[in-house]
Design a protein around this ligand. Sequence first.
Ligand code: G6P
Length: 364
Amino acid sequence: EDVGKGAFDHYMLKEIHNQSTSLSKTIRGRVDPDEGKVALDELDPEILDGVENVHLVACGTSYHAALFGARMLTDAGVRARVFRASEYAKMAGPTSDGTLVIPVTQSGETADTLSALRTATERDASTVTVTNVVGSTAAREADESVFIRAGPEIGVAATKTFTSQVVTLILLSQKIAAELPDASPREDLSELLAALEQIPNHIDHVVETSRAEELASRLLEYDAYFFIGRGMSRPVALEGALKFKEITYEHAEGFASGQLKHGPLALVTSQTPVFGLFTGEDAEKTVTNAKEAQTRGAEIIGVGPADGPGVAESDAYLEVPDTHPVCQNLLANIQLQLVSYHTAKQLDRAIDKPRNLAKSVTVQ
Ligand code: G6P
């Protein structure tokens, strides 16, 4: 793999563009839409014997991928909870050999995530790490590993690894659901797998047609930036805000759209644009919540399909292909990556190495 920036100004932009390729590698040989089956051959299915519940532990961007994975698991009837890895030892409560703990970590070296992994092992849980790095500490210490195959990521702000983590967790969730007695894979699994096979093309389309750069040029002078989503678009809203604050140094927050009126609405003014994730099954409710912010003067930037429910209500709109609702969320995230990138670039920030941040945090 070419390790330089190539024709790109920054590694982050290269990595955003690279996502069609990296995601193709993530799914290669792992999806069979005709049979409606997921193959994760490196996972010994015996690890799933007797599993009663699942804990996902992670930090930063990986935590948002874990939120997405947990929602896929609960939708399939698996009892799943997500923990910030730094809180796991205190928050998890008792675990047993019926608990499967999934540390989600791009690097496999994040101290808090390794600590949670060790806590899980001490408490007799089984562990399967989802990581990008073969030979990492997490991969060596967990009982099993599932690799996201995203390739090396240089930009401190995670982009392609998030996309590959989410897709790997989608596949793993359906594998777990197929093995557990009280759970079952999604009824629309064949459609979802077929849509996943199309995602590399959809990513190329989003990257080639995105209007994020032109939008960014008039987004530079605001007080704060909010991102709202509901259900499966909530992790995308949280990730959109994290990416934005990491590289623009502007104040950005992500909220569950239904929580806006329980506090954050007090912050909303004409100087706080609101990004509405109008993707997936809960889009219409998020549109309603975005309108509550619009009434207080905020500009609404919708992200969703061309004929989605929020088009007419949005002051600006970033389109995603009208694919499976689960996949729409991933494509919306790519639009938000581009918004963050172009805003940071126009603000002349140090995009690949933001101040005060490290690619891998090896202290607790
Ligand atoms: C750091 C990085 C983030 C990353 C987080 C977790 O904070 O700056 O981009 O999401 O660590 O890293 P991991 O390697 O465990 O996914």
